[in-house]
Write a protein that binds this ligand. Structure first.
Ligand code: PEP
Length: 254
């Protein structure tokens, strides 16, 4: 049995007041979790609020990014190390979100270093992969995603995938309201598992694969019904207690 996981990526949204209100609202709504792990990823500044508010809750929390410089301390202005995330109580961190790949030009070498830093602190990296619209329109989506997986495998070996989560997030579906159909998502998830399986079938079989891209309460159940979709990485809808809770309930019900 693979682990089911629903992750909320808050992105750069909210304030201290809204963060606390969202955390307390989720804690109350999700007092019991049945066979689904739930993780919220607030901005760095509100991780201490997550730590305080979720102390007696099954909801876990993580970061949206991490420094790849590989040191606990050092002259890296603005960076936050994996050791600091661990100190703050993070169990997960998102790596390679398409917004970071695009706006911050994150290279394959940097992403691999981030994964290494997180694993050294026993934080689970959630590696995002996914093609842009023109890649899909040119029929290149599998080639792009396979390349993104190999960026990590070729540098760190397939073994790291036994301690990671992969999120398939087609860029054209993020924040656009356009979701991949359950069949499109399943096809890519099966492809991803196949790429890893060629290297290590046992690791591939256990690898949690999340779908991300305009997941909402009304499309979540159909996505979760797919064999290789083990959960979701949710952006916009995770900022609303009702919507995020309904997505988690949809995962619990399949
Ligand atoms: C995301 O940012 O990871 C995401 C999937 O966003 P949204 O759900 O808003 O499309």
């Amino acid at each position: 049995m693979r682990r089911s996981l629903v992750v909320g990526n808050w992105k750069m949204n909210g304030s201290k007041a809204t963060a606390v209100s969202l955390l307390t609202g989720l804690k109350a709504r999700l007092a019991e979790l049945n066979a689904v792990d739930v993780c919220v990823c607030p901005p760095f500044l509100y991780l201490s609020d997550a730590n305080a508010q979720l102390a007696d809750s099954a909801i876990r929390f993580g970061a949206q990014d991490v420094s790849g410089n590989g040191q606990d301390n050092g002259a890296y202005t603005g960076e936050v190390s994996a050791a600091m995330l661990s100190d703050a109580g993070c169990e997960f961190a998102i790596v390679g979100h398409s917004e970071r790949r695009e706006y911050f030009a994150e290279s394959a070498d940097l992403l691999a270093k981030k994964v290494e830093c997180l694993l050294a602190e026993k934080i689970t990296p959630i590696l995002c992969v996914g093609e842009k619209l023109d890649d899909r329109e040119s029929g290149l989506e599998q080639q792009i995603v396979e390349g993104q997986l190999h960026e990590i495998v070729d540098r760190l070996g397939v073994q790291v995938f036994s301690q990671m989560v992969v999120a398939y997030e087609p860029v054209w579906a993020i924040g656009t309201g356009k979701t991949a159909t359950p069949e499109q998502a399943q096809q890519m998830h099966a492809f991803i598992r196949g790429v890893v399986s060629k290297l290590d079938p046992v690791i591939a079989d256990k690898l949690p694969l999340l779908y991300g891209g305009s997941v909402k309460p009304d499309n979540a159940k159909d996505l979760f019904a797919m064999q290789d979709i083990d959960g979701a990485l949710v952006g916009g809808a995770c900022l609303d207690v009702d919507s995020f809770s309904l997505i988690i309930k949809a995962k619990e019900s399949v």
